[in-house]
Design a protein around this ligand. Structure first.
Ligand SMILES: [Zn+2]
Length: 345
């Protein structure tokens, strides 16, 4: 696979510069452990080059009755602390699945908005520039609690319900080129198998493979471009890698996977996914075992985030925020996923 040398160096330099710039905004972060559903992520120190250094120390909640968002680890052009700026304002509203918290700057412009689920876990956040344009979206996926698995698995595998939530920015150009952070792949997983699983997962959207008979009219396409060592962060390279998701902090803490998608001029421009290197249920490439996490299904969901789709609280769609163990039904899209994939692209 091609790896254009000068482009890589340029991207890395941009990454370093952006990281330096970002550290000032991230180092005063905050983050008590939330009630996040643990996926067994080890609290130990980072072990891969993609793992950010220390997240976070506690800070004030954005509003009374709203828990503080865990602080973020430094990420190039990454999220700011989710706190009310001086002179700013916070509004909280009930939405399907929980609550939405919106933070405004002193001048009234929207700084960020985040969704809390009914357990008060932050599930996603969107940041906006000073002109109110979407700049960055961070979304997560969780392992479904064991007790919910059997009941929800049936709904996940059998239903065709039209639930949609396209709140991120669409991409303007295809294919979306992406790379694998090959050095971060856990030793027990064959890299070739990981690439294949990821390509299949990307193709679920690209070919609109679904369980509900929706024909493919989507322009979406992805192209794998080989390995990278670039970490999560805006650096010109969209990537998938493994590492400690917990160490990323923010809305990622406690998740099975987390995706950062950058937006410019209303269009997606880069998207990086971190998969937890040590999930409570180890990854499987074959799928279908209740004690394993189906890697392809995880990447299908995260690819939906890359494409600008947010969560829907219907388990028959892959944008359901919990991954059901023991099934591979989410390797193919549900009715809402597939229709919106056509409608948007
Ligand atoms: Zn998600």
């Amino acid at each position: 696979m091609g790896r254009p040398f000068p482009r890589r160096i340029l991207a890395y330099a941009a990454c370093l510069a952006a990281t330096v710039a970002a550290v000032g905004g991230c180092s005063s972060d905050n983050g008590p452990a939330t009630t996040a559903r643990s996926t067994g992520t080890s609290p130990t120190a980072p072990t891969t080059p993609t793992t950010p250094t220390t997240p976070t120390t506690p800070g004030p909640p954005p509003a009374v009755g709203v828990p503080p968002m865990p602080g973020w680890a430094p990420v190039a052009d990454g999220p700011a602390p989710f706190t009310r700026p001086p002179g700013g304002a916070v509004t909280v509203a009930r939405v399907p699945g929980g609550r939405r918290v919106v933070i405004a700057r002193r001048d009234g412009s929207r700084l960020a908005e985040a969704e809390l689920d009914r357990s008060d876990v932050y599930r996603s956040v969107r940041y906006f520039d000073r002109r109110g344009r979407l700049r960055l979206v961070v979304d997560r996926l969780d392992a479904a609690p064991a007790l919910a698995t059997a009941r929800t698995a049936v709904a996940a595998a059998q239903g065709c319900r039209d639930a949609r939530n396209p709140t991120g920015a669409p991409w303007g150009a295809f294919p979306i080129n992406w790379r694998l952070n090959a050095r971060s792949v856990p030793r027990r997983l064959p890299r070739a198998g990981v690439v294949r699983a990821a390509q299949d997962a990307r193709a679920a959207w690209g070919a609109n493979r679904n369980r509900c008979g929706v024909p493919d009219a989507s322009r979406v396409a992805f192209r794998y471009r080989g390995a990278t060592r670039l970490p999560v962060g805006r650096n010109g390279v969209s990537s998938i890698g493994f590492g400690s998701v917990a160490a990323m902090g923010g809305v990622c803490r406690g998740a099975l996977a987390c995706t950062f998608t950058w937006v410019l001029g209303g269009r997606g421009i880069e998207s990086d996914t971190r998969l937890d290197a040590r999930p409570a249920r180890p990854y499987s490439l074959a799928g279908g075992r209740a004690d394993r996490t189906d890697l392809a299904s995880v990447i299908v969901h995260e690819t939906g985030h890359t494409l600008g789709f947010a969560h829907v609280y219907d388990p028959s769609n892959v944008m359901y925020p919990w991954l059901i163990a023991g099934t591979t039904s989410h390797r193919r899209l549900g009715l809402g996923d597939a229709r919106e994939n056509n409608g948007r692209y």
